[in-house]
Structures are given as C-alpha cells and as structure tokens.
Design a protein around this ligand. Sequence first.
Ligand code: FMN
Length: 388
Amino acid sequence: MEINEPTSNGHASDNNNIKAINDDEYLSDFLRNHRDFDVDKVQSVREIREIAENKLSQNASLYYNCGSGLHEQTLLDNELAFKQYRFRPRVLRDVAVRDMTTSVLASKVDLPFGISPTALHKYAHDDAEPAVASAARHLNALLVCSTFSSKSLEEIAESAPKSIKWFQTYIFEPRDITLNLVKRAEKAGFKAIVITVDHPLTPKRPYKYKYTVLNNFLPELFFGNFGMGDDTEPFNASVTWDDIDWLRGVTALPIVVKGVLTPDDAVIAVQHGVHGIWVSNHGGRQLDGAIASVDALPDIVAAVEGHCEVYVDGGVRHGYDVLKALALGANMVFIGRPPIWGLAAGGERGVRRVLEILRDELSEGMALTGCAELSDISKEMVVKKTYR
Ligand SMILES: Cc1cc2nc3c(=O)[nH]c(=O)nc-3n(C[C@H](O)[C@H](O)[C@H](O)COP(=O)(O)O)c2cc1C
C-alpha cells in the first residue's frame, strides 16, 4: 500500500493531484517560448540539449546520445549517480570572490572542467571541431581532441593555437598508426596524449544506431586524421600495459589512460608511470552495466595516493555535478555530450554557452558550500544518500 504525504491542510494528498514540475511539460513550455532558439539566453544544459535535438537529424541524435547494450544501463546510471550525492555545506567563510583557476599536468587553465574527446563533430554542425576548440580557447578551458575528429588535428590546433589541448588516441595495430598520430600531435602543439583503454572493440549499441546510422554516414563525415572508409574494425583487442610502456618510450609528452574503473588497474597504471588516470566508462558506450564513473572515483583516488592526477567524466550535466566530482577527489572533470549539444544548437556560441552555464553553476555551488577556492573543496563536503 502506498502512503501519501500529508498536505499543508493536513489531509493525505491524492498522488494524481501532486503538482511537481514535470520535465517534459517544462521542456515543451521552454520550446514554445524559445522559437528563435537564442543560445545566448539559454539557462541550462538541459535546455541546450532540447534545442540541439530540434536541429539534429534523427541519425545524428541517435549516434551522439546512445549508450551500449540493450538497456543502456550505464548511460542512465552515470547521470543518476550524481543525484545520489548530497552536499554538507560550510558557512561564514567569505566566498565573495570565487577562484576556479587550476593547473592540470602543469598547464594553467581557468576552469576545473574540460571537454572530453568525442568523434565526428561535423555530424552536429558544419563548423565542427574548430568551433569547439575556439569556444574552449575563449574560456581558457582544456580541450581533448578525438582521434576520430571530422577535421584533422592540425586544423583543430590552428583554430586555437594558444589554448591548452590534449590529443586522444588508441593503440592501433600496426602501432605505426598510433606513432604517426602522436608525432603529428607533438608537432601541432598538443600537451598530452590520452590513450583510451576501454575500447578493445566496439560493442553492440542499440540496433537503430548499428543499422541506421552507420549505413547512412555521408562520405564527407569520414575522419579528418586518416581515411577509413571501409567497415574494418580499427580497434586492437590485444593491447596490454606493455603498449603503455612502448608509448612512454616514443614520446616525451605526458600520458593519460582513459577508461579506468577499478583501483587495481589504477595502481597498475601508476606502476607503468602514467601521468594521469581518467575514470570513465566512455559515456556508457562500452561495457553496458559497468559502474557509474563517479561511483568508481573515490576508491581510485584513494588507491592512487597522489602519485598521479585523477580525472573523471560521464553524466556531468550541471556545475554542481562538477563540484561533487571535485569533492570526491578528481583533479579535473570532463564533459562529453554537452559540448556536442552546444555545437548542434548554435555552433561555437552554443559550446561557449555550455561552458559558461557550467562555470556559473559551479561558482554558485562553491559560494553555497563555503568554497572560495578549489582547494577549499573537500571530501567532507559530500555524502552518498542511502535509502533504508
Ligand atoms: C558521440 C560520442 C563519441 C565519442 N568518441 C570518443 C572518442 O573518439 N574517444 C574517446 O576516448 N571517447 C569518446 N567518447 C567518450 C567521451 O570521451 C566521454 O568519455 C563520454 O562522452 C563522457 O560522458 P558524457 O557524454 O555523459 O559526458 C565519445 C562519446 C560520445 C557520446
């Protein structure tokens, strides 16, 4: 039997009459009032997503938004996991001025969150990755470029030459493909190499993605860094930690491993001399049923014992999510889909708006939890809500 909450007049309420703000109602109201889709006026990532969905083709929307597996469980869990954490705010600590600048692998950036590598931005907007790079430069935010970008890494670097950029790739077979990309990234001024390690193969993603999207890719949407026009699976399932040692031997750039979800692997990564561990489940696109990345974070931070930096991504949709991840020990937090939604909604301006919204929400959250600087954010500030 369900027990209804008493209402203010003391009577038990009828569940059907409870008037809460319903997401769908709110969003259709929002769209009715924003026919001109002015991204500058948008107030939340959720609204930007709504605008994007109205502009993206059905195939593009499926491609960007899908997870993996039949249930896309991890995709859902990433966002839900943030909602399980609650703040324990401190008060009276002079938060009139909030400083969000930080340093990551010895580079100074103005925000403690950056842009995750995501493939094929031309599918979202013709201006593609250079628009994202220039938005990131505008806010002095860290950008990580995907190996599967629509534009070449050189074009992206040229569009924001002075900003801090990292290059993400994989250990391909033969390794010369990786080596060549790493050398090009070094030459183009990228500051670190991110090796994605959760991708021995591409798992089955929802059938609509597999059978509609892939078969309808237009030729001009193929990759900017190399031609890969056939159906060959480019990923290499035989990669091991030895390949990380090999990579360390061929580049002087710092190395980050992206896609670690257990303390055991984090300890091994430290033993292999990596400079950063990126806690991620690939935005729920690889192992469906994998733990939400923010839930994996605290144990990994503890296991690493400060030997290298630790980052996290997956499900970050609000500045308060960034604050929670920082409190749980991340040195840097990343966002994957939100910049794509910004790009689709309004090109460079849309991506900038996403970064500004998250920045302002983070600043607000810092004020309300008593943090003037990032170093004031501590693990005592959050607790996981448990249900008894
Ligand atoms: C459309 C799409 C493409 C992606 N492409 C890559 C990629 O090329 N390399 C990579 O390491 N991760 C890739 N990712 C994973 C992201 O880097 C990131 O881990 C994930 O999107 C974070 O979750 P979020 O989208 O919930 O923020 C991709 C994710 C999406 C949604």
